[in-house]
Design a protein around this ligand. Structure first.
Ligand SMILES: [Zn+2]
Length: 227
């Protein structure tokens, strides 16, 4: 009962009266194309354009924040942080290619998330090649995952993204944060506290998404995985 024979329109959901003519609705006739049934949304989802200047400012701000916080971590760790140079160089390279890729107009959040995941992989690889002291799992991975989460929230806020445009990234990051328990189980992570704090941070974030943005989450995941 979502079809008005008089206006020849299909209404969302089950309604007794047509909102246009107040006439009685009926079952849609056989063979009538109903966008809702075909999984097509009623209104178009408009991509928001973000200005290049905003993105470059954002990237530069994040770059400075990362280098400063990372510098602070190194200072706290003292001589143990011989790997710091590689990470700081990595952050610098990440910032540079954001500037370059921005001109190719890609999705900034996707780009940053990929950059961060690549940074994690590269660091674990470097750690493995240098006798696997575990610094990549103990410090770099939780730190980069924290940066990824903060980046997602900052980009979402500054560029006024709709929840359905960024919740998927929070889901991916939560999965990444929980994957940290694999090396912990295997005894490869010498300092587990940062990893556990980050995993808890993401579970809380995820709980917030599920509780407050359930419909956006469902819509976003449905669009991505087609269910
Ligand atoms: Zn009508």
């Amino acid at each position: 009962m979502n079809y008005c024979p008089k206006c020849d329109i299909v209404i969302r959901g089950d309604k007794i009266c047509c909102p246009l003519c107040q006439g009685k609705t009926a079952e849609p006739p056989e063979g009538k194309f109903i966008p809702e049934m075909a999984g097509i949304e009623a209104f178009p989802v408009i991509e928001r354009r973000i200005s290049t200047v905003t993105v470059i400012r954002l990237a530069t701000f994040l770059f400075l924040t990362l280098e400063i916080s990372f510098g602070a971590v190194c200072w706290l760790l003292g001589p143990e942080s011989h790997w710091a140079g590689i990470v700081m160089l990595g952050i610098f390279v990440g910032w540079l290619d954001i500037l370059v890729l921005r001109y190719l107009r890609s999705n900034i959040l996707k780009l940053l998330t990929v950059e961060f995941y690549v940074a994690i992989a590269v660091n674990i690889y470097v750690d493995k090649m240098t006798n696997m002291h575990g610094w990549s799992l103990a410090w770099v991975t939780p730190f980069v995952l924290l940066a990824t989460g903060l980046t997602t929230l900052i980009v979402a806020y500054v560029t006024r993204l709709r929840p359905s445009e960024y919740v998927t990234y929070i889901v991916f990051d939560t999965v990444m944060a929980l994957l940290q328990f694999i090396p912990i189980r295997a005894g490869l992570n010498p300092v587990v506290l940062p990893a556990i704090i980050i995993a808890a941070f993401y579970l809380v974030l995820m709980a917030g998404v599920v509780v407050f943005q359930y419909n956006d989450l469902k819509a976003a995941l449905g669009r991505r995985f087609n269910f």
